[in-house]
Design a protein around this ligand. Structure first.
Ligand code: APR
Length: 262
């Protein structure tokens, strides 16, 4: 399988549509006929917004830490202030970032598709800020916090000089509402993600290394249920050889061109 080359007249269509990236005609056709489109995104879709991907090297004072060392319950229990401050730094990074052309293209795709599910591994909330509705967040959202003891989301808390702040209900420490390594993903999000992967006609895997399960299983679930699977990633991943189309480009260049061809 892998990327099918376009016949020469495709090039003409592309030029007329004013697109630079070779969008396969088979994909355009399938999208036009699709009853349901499901999209899985990873941190690569936010890269063009200036948000480092999950496996990019950490920068600045956090460069000496690996996310895997900070994003765990144990790390928080050992050093709650360090973990809270890391997420506060990432919240600041995300607050300064803007949704990019790829996020916006998915909002347009959702508007035009008869059925659409957007599943993200990202915790940056950029899909929602771009205008995507009903995003299935597999790994939580960095802009929300919850009580470490009770697990309930806390909309506001009293700022004191203590970090992390305390839960207004039980006095426990507050933590980011994200899924840490070793923690279970939200059951309803997982159920919805697998159902949407099994029921779709076209499945996009965009900006993810396809390394971390259970999210990494979703495109293979779609393949097993006869969906057309499309990967958008400048690099290859464990999905590349199995995808019907592997579009080797950045999300910010491929998705707008795809929408222009529809
Ligand atoms: N457009 C598309 N893809 C891109 C771009 C871009 N502009 N820039 C980078 N990529 C690709 C990279 O080639 C890589 O395959 O995005 C992928 C990012 O991979 P990771 O850094 O592993 O991030 P992700 O796949 O989202 O990680 C999944 O792992 O650690 C957990 O919870 C964490 O949600 C995260 C999950």
């Amino acid at each position: 399988m892998g990327l099918k080359m376009n016949p020469p007249e495709e090039h003409l269509n592309r030029q007329m549509a004013g697109v630079a990236f070779p969008i396969p005609s088979g994909l355009v056709q399938a999208l036009r006929n699709a009853r349901h489109v499901t999209v899985l995104t990873g941190s690569g879709i936010s890269a063009e917004s200036g948000v480092p991907t999950f496996r990019d090297a950490q920068t600045g004072l956090w460069s000496k830490f690996k996310p895997e060392e900070l994003a765990t319950r144990g790390a928080f229990q050992r050093n709650p202030k360090l973990v809270w401050d890391w997420y506060a730094w990432r919240r600041e990074l995300v607050a300064q970032a803007q949704p990019n052309a790829a996020h916006l293209a998915l909002v347009e795709l959702e508007r035009r598709a008869s059925g659409f599910t957007l599943i993200t591994q990202n915790v940056d909330g950029l899909h929602q800020r771009a205008g995507s509705r009903d995003v299935v967040e597999l790994h939580g959202n960095i802009t929300r916090v919850k009580c470490f003891e009770e697990g309930l989301v806390v909309p506001t808390w009293k700022e004191t000089d203590e970090t992390p702040p305390r839960c207004p209900r039980c006095g426990g420490r507050l933590r980011p509402d994200v899924v840490w390594f070793g923690e279970m993903l939200p059951a309803d999000a997982i159920d919805r993600a697998f159902a949407a992967s099994q029921a779709c006609n076209v499945f996009f895997s965009i900006g993810t290394s396809t390394l971390v399960h259970p999210a990494a299983a979703l495109p293979f679930e779609a393949l097993q249920h006869t969906a057309m699977v499309v990967e958008i990633n400048p690099c290859s991943t464990p999905l590349t050889a199995r995808a019907h189309y592997a579009l080797r480009g950045t999300a910010g260049e491929v998705l707008p061109d795809l929408l222009r061809m529809l």
